[in-house]
Design a protein around this ligand. Structure first.
Ligand code: BES
Ligand code: MN
Ligand code: ZN
Length: 478
């Protein structure tokens, strides 16, 4: 369930309160006893930034901010402390808390609260109802005169959009097949007045989406292709920004079957699609005055009697022929069709986001997104800057044409795998073949899904990309 977020109109008394301060000297006149003050300062000196003071009736928390480093670094420190505070409150079985901002600035309070709310997420759907809830915290009130109802509404929208993406990723394929995924995106669109169209298998056949149809051949469920359009009357751009998300609802590898330990977490293989769905939901719900489109091709990838097969030559949506040499390189097959379809929109920029390669994960791990760019260097700088502010950092990989060499096929225009080296880049170069516009490719194979809890990113689906895309589009608004 979403945490209720409100503005506190009065100074909190006798509540489970978080005091947000920058420094030890900000602690006076807050009602702490001398003993408590000594304790808090001692704890802070030994590197505890979130200190719990237990009273008979209440839990008080002092959260120290960060005063050194860049804005990006400080924002992230506040988010992480919001998460620590949330952990402590849930441990104490607290249901409602007030964040009393003492000396942090507005952006810091919002970052702290963002971390607190994002950290409080749980995916409890499949736990027995009578089981004690993991998290007790249901309501957060903010006491800070600088923060407006609009600020809080944006935070609600953003955190709930991240939860939309996380829920999608955390749902197993037994529930979330391609059809269900499309239906749920349609329902979300309805909620926020975004137009959503879903192409069914017949339509995809008529459009000759050979890549998506090939990957789907081993499945008993049909594929879908979801188009989410946000085109408000006051849009400031004529040519749309297009986001494309990989929607492989489960990746077994197909006939090039994955070993079990690599397959275990592959319900996460639609995390790119989930990020696009979440971001479009946020952009529309916040009514950003920008024309934006989301495209989500979706299917599972399985072995079966009719599954696409190594050696097959597939004719893609744009007519390119592809020799399939590994059915586990399926993401690029379905994204390629979506990328060539995106040409229809004469886009300003297309950004795709995908759990595309183990190579990206091995190269930099879950700390960042691997990014590449073609004809979009200014846009890339901008999305990188936005990403560092929201701590969805992007690391740029080279994207030189020499990397295309390894995609040459003896019998078709391309093969769907490169050599043993630079796998994240050759996958990107494969996709670039299907583009004709300014293009950014983001590989989220590692940060999309975490086996172990990592602060407010949680465990399981992280929703990476949602805040990035929302803030990127927001940064375009004049
Ligand atoms: N979905 C996987 C990539 C992946 C790996 C995502 C680990 C998340 C965590 C993708 O479809 C895949 O299987 N890629 C292959 C490509 C290879 C066959 C060229 C890979 O990276 O091994
Ligand atoms: Mn695969
Ligand atoms: Zn995959």
């Amino acid at each position: 369930m979403d945490t209720l977020l409100r503005k506190a109109l009065r100074k909190p008394t006798a509540a489970d309160t978080i005091f947000l301060v920058r420094d030890g000297k900000d602690l006076h006149h807050l009602g702490f006893t001398d003993d408590e003050l000594n304790y808090i300062k001692r704890q802070h000196r030994s590197d505890h930034n979130v200190v719990v003071v237990n009273r008979y009736k209440n839990v008080l928390i002092v959260a120290f901010g960060e005063t050194i480093g860049t804005r990006s670094i400080r924002n992230e420190a506040y988010r992480m402390r919001g998460d620590e505070a949330q952990l402590q409150l849930n441990k104490a079985r607290v249901e409602r808390t007030v964040v009393f901002n003492v000396t942090a600035d507005k952006e810091e309070v919002l970052a702290f609260t963002e971390g607190l709310l994002l950290g409080n997420y749980t995916f409890g759907k499949y736990k027995k109802k009578n089981k004690k809830k993991d998290n007790t915290l249901e309501q957060v009130d903010i006491y800070d005169n600088d923060i407006s109802e609009e600020d809080l509404e944006e935070l609600r929208i953003l955190t709930e959009a991240v939860f939309v993406a996380r829920d999608f990723v955390n749902e197993p394929v037994a529930y979330l097949n391609a059809t269900k995924f499309a239906e749920e995106m349609q329902a979300l669109g309805k909620e926020v007045n975004a137009k959503v169209d879903v192409f069914n298998k017949k339509k995809l056949e008529s459009l000759k989406m050979g890549g998506l149809l090939a990957v789907n051949r081993g499945s008993i469920d049909p594929p879908t292709f979801t188009i989410i359009e946000w085109k408000p009357k006051n849009a400031q751009n004529k040519k749309p920004y297009v986001f494309v998300g990989k929607g492989v609802v489960y990746d077994t590898g197909g006939l090039s079957l994955k070993p079990t330990n690599f397959m275990d977490t592959m319900k996460c293989d639609m995390a790119g699609g989930a990020a696009v769905a979440g971001a479009m939901y946020a952009i529309a719900r916040a009514k950003l005055p920008m024309y934006v489109i989301g495209l989500v091709p979706a299917t599972d990838n399985r072995p079966d009697g009719n599954a696409y097969t190594p050696g097959d030559v597939i004719t893609m949506h744009d007519g390119t022929t592809v020799e399939v040499l590994n059915t586990d390189a399926e993401g690029r097959m379905i994204l390629a069709d979506a990328l060539s379809y995106a040409k229809e929109y004469n886009p300003e920029l297309v950004v795709d986001i995908a759990t595309l390669t183990g190579a990206a994960a091995r190269a930099i791990g879950p700390q960042a997104i691997v990014g590449m760019e073609a004809k979009a260097d200014d846009e890339f700088e901008q999305i990188k800057r936005v990403g560092s502010l929201s701590h969805e950092r992007i690391v740029e990989f080279p994207f030189w044409d020499e990397y295309k060499e390894s995609l040459k096929s003896k019998i078709a225009d391309l093969k769907n795998i490169g050599g043993v080296e630079a796998g994240a880049i050759t996958a990107g170069k494969f996709l670039e073949h299907f583009t004709s516009y300014p293009y950014i490719h983001l590989d989220i194979a590692a940060p999309a899904f975490l086996d172990k809890r990592s602060g407010y990113r949680g465990e399981g689906g992280t929703g990476v990309g949602v805040r990035l895309f929302y803030n990127f589009i927001k940064s375009k608004v004049e």
